[in-house]
Design a binder for this molecule. Structure first.
Ligand code: NIG
Ligand code: FE
Length: 413
């Protein structure tokens, strides 16, 4: 299938030479082409340029994009999309004054979702998750990471990971899978956390690795959850089985999570509300992508990560949705962009880089996703008629996405 898109008002985030990630001051730059064409062959971007230099392409379909823009699809590098039920009762508890940690201590929070996972069938869990993926596709996402972590027993963790594997096969978007057995300590292991860590290391990781159920391994390394020592042991065990780290760190306290993540060459460390100079220095000497989750900090009323300071120091930043029932019941990456601008003082160019190329890097996908570059997967969307690129994050409550393409094929909604 050969697709030619012409008269594109602005083709956003083009790259002549594709980069793996964009750091520091470079994040404020974007290469956009005015009055452009885009040529797709068999699901891959074959060429693009301005209308004045268009070639005599062969095509099966032509779309006139006059008046509208094309953006590369969002890459959402941190989600917990596979879950059962919802947690709006805790939403009320939070409104009435309980904190995320207090709810967790009472056996709620993640453990509530874990109870629901135990009894649901793989088919039901698949169908619920499929609907959420269809929703995020319509919101412009073209690649997503999904974590386990509501199983918290060997069988239920495997159930979640099998569902993710089936989604990888049956859904059109690119999906990477992360094993998050260390998301919360189950009630029966309270007071005996080390035993649960042993179960993860000695039983869960070997099975998950042998069935090739995960690409990455995650730990919620934070106050009240898993310690730096637990995290160190789990990441070391994961590494031995070829699972690269990608962790939750420094959301609730200055937990030491960033340092232990960097020690194991994590592909990303995520949340990062509690960041000081030591963490920034540590990240500067690493290949780890600092990832911030604006909708989760917003939903939980957390303090905001010092993103401006991190960019000023020369770090790259990725933004992701953290779509999950407890701290971010939304996978809307356009809203994440707007929150990046409003709450973290990022510019529109910076939030576009953070939700595309840098978040692709945070999933190990930036060679194939995250920009309009020759040879990359043709995941993109056509906007409605908008006056400028800046209008896109500015109009934070409007759906400005008109048509979505994944692997060069239009997704009909
Ligand atoms: O990234 N912080 C840890 N885990 C999730 C929340 C999961 C939940 O509350 O269900 C997060 O915010
Ligand atoms: Fe998370």
């Amino acid at each position: 299938m050969k697709l030619l898109l012409t008269n594109i008002k602005k083709l956003v985030q083009t790259e002549q030479i594709a980069q793996l990630k964009i750091c520091g001051a470079e994040m404020a730059k974007l290469n956009n082409l005015d009055d452009a064409y885009l040529y797709i062959n068999s699901g891959i971007i074959e060429d693009f340029g301005t209308m004045t230099e268009i070639k005599d392409f062969e095509y099966d379909q032509q779309i006139d994009v006059s008046g509208r823009m094309i953006f590369p699809s969002f890459c959402d590098s941190h989600t917990h999309i596979v879950y059962a039920g919802s947690r709006e009762i805790e939403f009320i508890d939070k409104i009435k004054g309980l904190s995320y940690e207090e709810i967790a201590k009472r056996g709620g929070g993640i453990l509530n979702s874990a109870k629901l996972i135990q009894d649901i069938s793989e088919d039901e869990l698949f169908n619920l998750s499929k609907k959420r993926i269809e929703e995020i596709i319509s919101l412009g996402t073209g690649a997503v990471e999904i974590k386990s972590g509501y199983g918290l027993s060997t069988d239920s963790e495997i159930k979640m990971l099998r569902v993710i594997k089936r989604l990888q096969k049956e859904m059109p978007i690119t999906i990477v899978s992360t094993f998050l057995g260390a998301h919360s300590v189950p009630l029966e292991y309270r007071g005996n956390q080390e035993e649960y860590v042993n179960l993860i290391i000695n039983e869960m990781i070997p099975i998950i690795a042998s069935e090739e159920l995960a690409d990455y391994i995650d730990v919620f390394c934070d106050k009240g959850f898993f310690t730096v020592e637990d995290t160190d042991r789990i990441l070391l065990a994961g590494m031995k089985y070829g699972l690269r780290a990608k962790i939750h760190a420094n959301e609730l306290a200055n937990s030491g999570g960033v340092q232990v993540g960097v020690k194991y060459n994590a592909i990303s460390v995520d949340h990062l509300e509690y960041i000081e100079d030591a963490e920034i220095q540590c990240l500067l000497n690493s290949d780890t992508m600092p990832t911030v989750l604006p909708s989760s900090a917003f939903f939980l009323n957390l303090k905001y990560s010092p993103v401006r300071q991190m960019i000023k120091a020369g770090l790259p930043i990725a933004l992701a949705s953290d779509y999950n029932p407890g701290s971010s019941p939304s996978g809307n990456m356009k809203l994440v962009m707007s929150m990046g601008c409003i709450n973290y003082k990022m510019t529109p160019e910076e939030v576009i880089n953070a939700t595309t190329i840098n978040s692709a890097y945070a999933m190990g996908l930036s060679e194939t996703h995250g920009s309009i570059a020759r040879g990359k997967v043709a995941n993109f969307f056509i906007t409605k008629d908008i006056p400028s690129v800046e209008f896109f994050p500015y109009a934070f409550g409007s759906n400005l996405i008109d048509r979505v393409f994944i692997n060069g094929i239009e997704i009909t909604q």
